[in-house]
Write a protein that binds this ligand. Structure first.
Ligand code: GLN
Length: 447
């Protein structure tokens, strides 16, 4: 009830696309009755969770914040929802996000932008902006987002919460509306590292519906504890030298570097010579995959069908033209372009090769160091509407988050205090594939 009241008191922040009010109250009561009866309860008993609106939940609407799926009801549940429910979580609603998770400010939603609870004139970050503000504003205990190129970590940083993207292959993508399948990962947004660890334990592990999942043992939340060992940490020299990084973010990073050194850790500056290629490589590949994934929205199989269509071709054309927003169309066109005959080798195939290099170099760094420390984003939350006019400016904002996505390694965004205006700042830590336990252990250092 407290969470529902907080949602109602802040309805103008536009955090939820739908609140499952009666259902959440009923599940909370049912959980309570079972606890009173002394039943053995699941690991999330009583935990109130919000889910991003691109996560399928049987018999519930799921829209990916797009007009094209406005009235679409899911006929099955994603593996993550099934695992949450199996552990007695209470799902409170579906959160606003960028349309098909394409964006970094939650300004590309059909339902309008999500406002930051710390300053309502500013963006929440994206694409899991609703999930981040739901946690920031105390509208739920924790939220589930998806991260393709930073969509859990960057809004977490803008909102001062923990945002965790596990290794690619840790958590099932079954029932997640696809954006770019070789990058898409589910991740929790939480108030604490312990909660992130608990949700990882519940959500991770093999699933017959997602063949990319690893059979490696699932990290147990109980094994997460504050690390006392001395670590080797690298940071990107450019994060302190680049004029594109906000001064207060640099200052916060410097403070942490000094503190880590004073505590006996080794912290070294490195230069990543593929830095300039991160954003172009990510966007070529993500858009290519998106153009293919979004071909299924044809006005016939799913969702919106234009009432003005008269034949098959106009059904496709009008349904897609009227159903998709501007940014989604831009990406479908660019993705189709880089995959088309004559351009495939120059763009798509080349980007695949560069991705491989980025993976190799990132793994080399993470073999030499325990962690790579970077800002989560180059600036804190910016004013609503400020960057909407130039998509490339927004794409460049992903500079620090896409490396972990391209390499498939785990990364976490941690709150690192506020700037002089009271806006949250975030730091990011990356580590080796499947090194989640070490990552979560060391994260406690920062909180
Ligand atoms: N901002 C990035 C993009 O728009 C990342 C989005 C995401 O992780 N879903 O593609």
């Amino acid at each position: 009830k407290t969470y529902l009241e907080q949602i109602k008191a802040n309805i103008h922040l536009n955090v939820f696309n739908e609140v499952f009010e009666d259902e959440a109250i009923a599940s909370a009561k049912a959980v309570d009755v079972r606890i009173q009866a002394g039943e053995h309860m699941g690991k999330l008993a009583g935990m109130v969770i919000a889910i991003k609106d691109n996560i399928c939940y049987k018999d519930h609407k799921v829209s990916a914040s797009s007009k094209i799926l406005e009235n679409f009801t899911s006929i099955y549940s994603s593996t993550v929802v099934e695992r949450l429910l199996a552990e007695d979580a209470i799902i409170i609603g579906r959160c606003n996000c960028d349309e098909f998770a394409m964006g970094a400010a939650n300004e590309n939603s059909y339902y309008g932008p999500v406002k930051n609870y710390a300053d309502e004139t500013r963006v929440s970050g994206g694409s899991s902006g609703g999930s981040a503000v739901a946690v920031q504003a105390g509208m739920c205990h924790a939220a589930i987002g998806t991260d393709t190129g930073g969509s859990v970590r960057q809004p977490a940083a803008f909102c001062g919460v923990v945002g965790f993207k596990p290794t690619y292959g840790r958590i099932s993508r079954h029932g997640i509306i696809s954006y770019a399948s070789s990058f898409d990962q589910v991740g929790p947004l939480t108030q604490s590292v312990e909660d992130a660890a608990l949700l990882l334990e519940v959500l991770a592990g093999p699933d017959e519906f997602d063949s990319t999942l690893s059979g490696k043992p699932v990290p147990q939340a109980s094994s997460v504890k504050k690390e006392s060992g001395k670590k080797r940490i690298a940071y990107l020299q450019e994060s302190l030298s680049s004029p594109g990084v906000d001064l207060e973010i640099k200052a916060s990073l410097t403070t942490y570097i000094d503190k880590l050194r004073a505590d006996g850790h080794t912290v070294e500056s490195i230069s990543f010579d593929l830095l300039d290629y991160l954003v172009p490589t990510y966007y070529i590949l993500a858009m290519a995959e998106a153009s293919s994934n979004l071909a299924r929205y044809d006005g016939v199989h799913y969702g919106y069908r234009s009432p003005n269509a008269t034949d098959l071709t106009s059904t496709y054309k009008l349904s897609r033209s009227e159903g998709f927003g501007k940014e989604v169309k831009r990406r479908i066109m660019l993705g189709t372009f880089v995959l088309s005959a004559g351009y495939y080798d120059a763009y798509y195939a080349k980007a695949q090769k560069v991705r491989r290099l980025i993976q190799q170099k990132t793994n080399e760094i993470l073999n030499e160091y325990d962690f790579l420390l970077t800002p989560a984003a180059p600036e804190p939350a910016f004013a609503l509407g400020l960057k909407e006019h130039d998509p490339v400016v927004t794409y460049l904002y992903d500079i620090f988050t896409v490396q972990a996505s391209l390499a498939g390694v785990p990364a976490i965004s941690l709150p690192a205090g506020n700037n002089a205006k009271g806006l949250p700042l975030g730091l990011q830590l990356l580590t080796k594939s499947f090194g989640e336990t070490e990552l979560l252990n060391f994260s406690e250092y920062f909180l």
